[in-house]
Design a protein around this ligand. Structure first.
Ligand code: FUL
Ligand code: CA
Length: 487
């Protein structure tokens, strides 16, 4: 009898155990960050009086009347972005020149003093509305450095800046990003004084209290971007890529002479690669302008669709996101060249990833957690991010074989971890069946939200094997794909 009870008990606990998902590993993404990872590619729109001055940094002295687009069209910009596969846009609502694109109460230096819509316009609203109408997420960048404001450098300016954020956080619906940069003082107009003002960027902006009391409270879904933003980190360059090994986690490092790492003043040397087993989930954003500069200059040309696709592989394909700078011209629209480049880039992505050539195959794993179909290896081929293949706790270096039953030709491999359980895998390898034996075709490291591998040459094979070669814990993989670059 006792034996029977123990037996039953054992059966019951192991059944329960088999239902239990793997224990999360390390720092985890917040729900807002999971949504951000899914955005993958978005845009950063720069359009202020600086556009009309043909400069990169406005000094803050341009007459508001210079802001006079002949044919501003937010939908044209948003639709071009959408055709490029961008899933969101961040609007620079105020750049370093200090000109506010919305009728703010905080400064006279704003759009209501310009001829735009006879002084009754609100460009932030137009872009926000156009984005929502066409299904793109919306976010804002309000530069802390303000070369127009007479109060810049004094404590009063911080109150003004916070008020500006408050207006942006309350009047334009839900934001997916609150973008902040660390350009910090220097020379400027500053109310006509035309002087140099320096601030101590470790203390002046008090980001902790701004983000705690304003951003988190008014826009809990907004991902805070900064060099070491609370949600998203800067890639460490403006070239549009991160290191081949790039972890979503980071332990921010203080700058020389500092005790703690302060946003806007961080030691960004680790940003391109992140920190393995870092303290926080702070994935990288690769920001890069579509053209050479962030603002429109008639002599510059957009990057080619091929270059953009390469950057996509080196950002999104390394667990980061791609933030592409969009620069409307003096009409207030994206130039035809930009529209064409975006469309070709978007089509390239769409066509390449339209069919997962592995999806028709069957997958067989050496181990499935608790023999439970919930964690079946089939889950890596179902196109659903919420289902995943998981192994038992002691299966840390498992392998899974995908048998397509007939040969396919591919040159891009895609792997995605189920990141809600953390970034678990450290190293992996891919083999292709060569009729009589396996041949290793790639060896890699970090995976995270997405790893895209572009092979040097296409491979034809009916069977492919993914081997996890190093992991401190059992694995949780949500998707695996084989694709042929459509170039
Ligand atoms: C930087 C700025 O200084 C550039 O002008 C641009 O806005 C870029 C996206 O961020 O910090
Ligand atoms: Ca899945």
């Amino acid at each position: 009898m006792i034996k029977k009870i123990t037996c039953l008990f054992f059966f019951a606990t192991s059944a329960v155990f088999a239902q239990t998902p793997p224990k999360p590993y390390g720092a985890l993404p917040a729900p807002r960050q999971v949504a951000w990872h899914e955005t993958e590619v978005y845009g950063l729109i720069h359009f202020t009086p600086t556009t009309f001055e043909n400069k990169e940094w406005g000094y803050g002295d341009a007459d508001p009347k210079t802001f006079n687009p002949t044919d501003f069209n937010a939908e044209q910009i948003v639709l071009a972005a959408k055709a490029g596969g961008l899933r969101g846009v961040v609007l620079v609502a105020k750049h370093h020149d200090g000109f506010a694109l919305w009728p703010t109460k905080t400064t006279e230096y704003n759009i209501s003093k310009s001829p735009f819509r006879d002084g009754k316009g609100d460009l932030v609203k137009e872009v926000a509305d156009a984005a929502r109408k066409h299904g793109l997420k919306f976010g804002v960048y309000c530069s802390p450095w303000d070369r127009n404001n007479a109060k810049y450098g004094t404590p009063e300016y911080l109150a003004i800046y916070r008020e500006q954020l408050k207006e942006l956080y309350t009047n334009y619906g839900e934001l997916f990003m609150s973008w902040h940069d660390g350009a910090n003082g220097g020379d400027g107009y500053y109310g006509g004084t035309r002087e140099k003002r320096s601030i101590d960027n470790t203390t002046y902006y008090q980001w902790d209290s701004t983000w705690t009391n304003l951003t988190r409270k008014l826009q809990p879904t907004a991902n805070i971007f900064s060099d070491i933003g609370w949600d998203v980190r800067w890639a460490g360059n403006e070239d549009g890529s991160v290191n081949e090994t790039s972890w979503a986690t980071l332990t921010p490092k203080p700058s020389e002479g500092q005790n703690v790492a302060v946003p806007g003043q961080a030691n960004a040397t680790e940003n391109p690669g992140g920190t393995r087993n870092g303290k926080f989930w702070i994935p990288a954003e690769c920001d890069v302008p579509l053209r050479k500069g962030w603002f429109y200059h008639p002599t510059e040309k957009p990057k080619t669709p091929e270059k953009l696709f390469d950057l996509y592989l080196k950002s999104v394909g390394r667990g980061a996101a791609l933030d592409l700078g969009l620069a409307p011209d003096t009409r207030g629209q994206l130039h035809e060249d930009d529209v064409a480049a975006l469309k070709a880039f978007g089509d390239h992505i769409k066509q390449t990833f339209a069919t997962n050539l592995a999806a028709k195959g069957g997958s067989k794993a050496v181990n499935v957690r608790g023999y439970n179909s919930v964690y079946s290896a089939k889950n890596i081929l179902d196109g659903r991010p919420e289902t995943y293949w998981a192994t038992d706790d002691d299966f840390k270096t498992p392998e899974v074989t995908i048998d397509m039953s007939q040969p396919i030709t591919f040159d891009i491999i895609s792997i995605q971890e189920f990141i809600k359980l953390g970034q678990r895998i450290e190293e992996f390898a891919i083999d292709a069946w060569q009729g009589t034996e396996w041949k290793e075709i790639h060896k890699g490291t970090s995976i995270g939200a997405k790893r895209l591998v572009k092979l040097a040459a296409p491979v034809t094979s009916a069977k492919v094997r993914l081997r996890i070669t190093k992991s401190p814990v059992s694995v949780a993989i949500s998707e695996f794909g084989l694709y042929k670059d459509s170039e």
